[in-house]
Every structure is written in C-alpha cells, then in structure tokens.
Design a protein around this ligand. Structure first.
Ligand SMILES: C[S@@+](CC[C@H](N)C(=O)[O-])C[C@H]1O[C@@H](n2cnc3c(N)ncnc32)[C@H](O)[C@@H]1O
Length: 417
C-alpha cells in the first residue's frame, strides 16, 4: 500500500507501509531496548547484520523505531501497552502509531486490533498533559524543571523532534561548495547551515554512505552543534593538541581539518576499539596528523603535563542533549547513572587539565543540556583552580538551533599552578 505521506518535513518520508518482516523487526528492536536495556545503535546492528536489507527499508525501520522511542510513553498510553510488553503487545502499539500519524496500517501476520473510538478519547486526554504529549518521562521533566526552569518546556518539546541530518565537509579534501555540487550529482540535496561554515544539512531522503563522496572521505556525518565544539577549540596548524575523550573521533577529524593536517593531534580514550575505529576514519579522511593513544592509567596523562596548546575534554555524559538521536536514553537507567557520570566528569576535568600548557586553551564539553554537568562543573573547577581563567561558555540549545544540544566552556591556563 503506497501512502506517500511526508511524516517529518522533507528529509525523511515514510512512503509505503512497512512489510510484515520489517514490522516484526521494529517490535523486536523495541523489545531488546526496553526489556534488556540494549543501546539502540547496538540493537540496530544486532538486527541488521547479515540481513541484506535495502538501505531504504532499513531507513524506514529506524525512522519508525526512533519515532516511537521519542514519545514512547505517549504511544504506550494511547495503546494501553506497557514498555516491557512489547514482544506480546507491540503490534497494537504499532497500529496506534500508524493511526495517530494517519498512515495506513502495516500488514502484520498477527496484529492486535485497536478500538478507534477509545483511541480518540485517549488522544484528547493526552493533549491535556504536555509532559506526556512531549514524550518526556517524569524523572526527566522534574530534572529539567529544577535545573533549567522557564527554559525547560521549549527544550522538552524540541527534544522529541526527529534529528536533522548534518554533514561536515572535510576541508582537507574539498570546499563546502564543491561537496554540495558533487552530492547534487549523486542526487543528494543539501543546504548550507547558517553560522556553521563547515556544515551542510541533507534535505533529501538519500542514502549517504554509498555515495562516492563518502567513499572518498569528502564528508563525515556530524551534527552541526558538534561541529561548533571543535571550532571553539580554535586549533591552528603546527600546534600540539590533545583530544582526551576522543571516542571514535567525530571531533578529532574536525580538529585535524582545522589544523590543515599539520602539527600533532593526539586522540586518547579508555576504549581501544573506539580508537581503532578512529584510525580507520582518519585514514579515509586523510587526517594524517592524528596519533591515537589508549589511556591505560593516570601515568598516561601525567607524562603529558603542561605540554598542550589545546586540550579538548569531550567528557562522558548523560546524553540528555542528544535525545532526538538517541531517544532510548530516556527509557534506560540514565537518572541512576547520572551521579556516577558527574563524579567522572569532575575527575577528568581536574586531572586531564594538567596537560594544558601556560597560555594554552582547555575546552570542557558535553552533549548534555543540564547545568549540573555543564556550568556547575566548570564553576566548581574554577573555584579550586585559580591558575585557570574563564573565557566564555555556550549552551547550544536544541530549541533555539534545531541542532542537538551541547555545552562547552573555554578556559585558559594562566599559570603553572
Ligand atoms: C562523549 S564521548 C566522546 C565523543 C567523541 N569526542 C566524538 O566527538 O565522537 C566520551 C568518550 O569518553 C570516553 N571515556 C570514558 N571514560 C574516560 C576516561 N576516564 N578518560 C578518557 N576518556 C574516557 C568514552 O569511551 C567516550 O568515548
């Protein structure tokens, strides 16, 4: 059945019903995430590996799964299904989701039916409850209200929108104009992003990773807000730069391009598999000045004392700024993990800041919008470390920018101690 209904603006369309097997996959992925606490990206790879799905079908599955998770409590309420009942009752929730979005019902072998009158009544009830309507769990709403006050309702609403697709042009290989033109030839439509000169927003429903441009390393998929963090570091060719929580290198590659591939860029992490992934990406991007190093103990950091012109600390965080992209974090043990993360952030900031040389710049960054992980951490650090001076900070707000939510603070070391 062809519906050709644009669900979310012009970049992702659900233009046909899911096939029975795709519907089963959505239910099974939801079950894995909600019952076993599996992170969404790993649940996708577990389900997709070895399946040989068309990229478009895979795209539809992730679109529907992501959309359900962004407002899970709403769809659970509307369908009267509990998150942990997904394997048994998921077909009803999926039918409700389609009816709610005025889409034709998917074909399923065994589907629990929906009473449309009852659904209409429930929709009216839900409209009166903004927290439920925005797909926000109660713990998150309480935290947002307590930490962000009047700014919270707009952020809460912004965080249930689908994430836009952004690219970062790899300026080691081409300009933004050249990339946009090449992508157009490969039927990928993009528009420039105001205020982020390395970013393009993808506005067509196209598979990106099969393009020649991607294979040649002309771009990386990276949120525009994340690109702003790397830009704030202001790394110059020839500098000594440390990206101390580099992960798979999203920001490392951005920094390497800023440095025009010249100088020394040390990417570190506590997970070797992430650094291995980073090395591969760096090769494709021709980011030849990147060196990776595992953080085996505190000695790895001590050896680099007072050595770096720039240090980026993109610390582990709750991810509460990137819920559009990772909506599963709302339904996992995030509130229980938060105090542990806050302690780890404090430790990393205190200990890794030793690597910055006098006159050097430190960027502390998170993909959270909660002040507890952001400005509060920076204020506490500055109170105890008078040899650092505050330069500026920025909250990158999903509500104001349409990007993911990030925070960064820029500090300068003004004395050895
Ligand atoms: C927010 S992610 C980094 C994302 C990455 N910078 C990017 O742009 O793609 C935080 C990273 O910190 C790493 N990490 C966790 N504990 C750490 C520690 N004690 N020291 C350094 N890195 C740590 C995690 O493995 C994770 O890769």
């Amino acid at each position: 059945m062809i519906a050709a209904i644009s669900l979310y603006g012009n970049f992702l369309m659900l233009n046909s019903s899911l096939s029975p097997s795709s519907t089963e996959l959505v239910i099974s992925i939801l079950d894995l995430v909600l019952k076993e606490g599996k992170p969404l990206d790993r649940a996708y790879s577990q389900h997709f590996s070895g399946l040989q799905l068309e990229p478009s079908e895979q795209g539809r599955i992730t679109l529907v799964t992501g959309a359900i998770l962004r407002r899970l409590n709403l769809y659970c309420f509307l369908s009267d299904v509990k998150p942990e009942e997904m394997a048994r009752m998921g077909s009803r929730l999926l039918n409700v989701w389609h009816l709610f979005h005025q889409l034709p019902l998917p074909k399923m072998k065994y589907a629990l039916q929906v009473d449309e009158q009852e659904l209409a009544t429930r929709i009216e009830t839900a409209k009166q409850k903004p927290v439920l309507w925005d797909g926000c769990p109660d713990w998150l709403d309480e935290m947002g209200q307590a930490q962000m006050g009047d700014r919270w309702p707009a952020e809460r609403a912004a965080l249930n929108k689908p994430a836009k697709r952004f690219l970062r042009v790899n300026t080691l290989k081409c300009t933004r104009d050249e990339l946009a033109k090449k992508l157009r030839n490969e039927r990928v439509q993009t528009v420039e992003v105001e205020g982020v000169e390395t970013a393009l927003e993808v506005v067509s429903d196209s598979a990106l990773f099969r393009t020649e441009c991607f294979k040649k390393g002309w771009f990386e998929q990276q949120d525009a807000g994340s690109q702003l963090i790397a830009k704030a570091l202001d790394a110059k060719p020839g500098m000594r730069v440390v990206d101390a929580c580099a992960g798979a290198g999203g920001k490392t590659l951005s920094i390497s391009a800023q440095m025009e591939g010249k100088g020394r860029l040390l990417a570190m992490d506590v997970e070797q598999w992430k650094l291995d992934n980073l090395k591969q990406r760096a090769r494709r991007a021709a980011a030849h000045n990147v060196e990776t190093r595992i953080i085996a103990s505190s000695k790895t950091i001590k050896r680099l004392k007072l050595s770096a012109d720039r240090v980026l600390l993109d610390v582990p965080c709750s991810g509460l700024g990137v819920l559009k992209r990772n909506p599963d974090a709302k339904w996992r043990d995030t509130p229980e993990r938060l105090p542990v993360l806050v302690e780890l952030q404090k430790h990393i900031l205190q200990s890794y800041s030793r690597m910055v040389k006098v006159g050097g710049i430190l960027i502390y960054a998170t993909c959270s919008i909660m002040p507890e992980e952001n400005r509060h951490q920076v204020d506490a650090f500055l109170a105890e470390n008078k040899h650092f001076r505050f330069i500026e900070d920025e909250n990158i707000s999903p509500a104001e920018t349409g990007f993911d939510g990030f925070y960064y603070a820029k500090l300068e070391r003004i004395a050895e101690a």
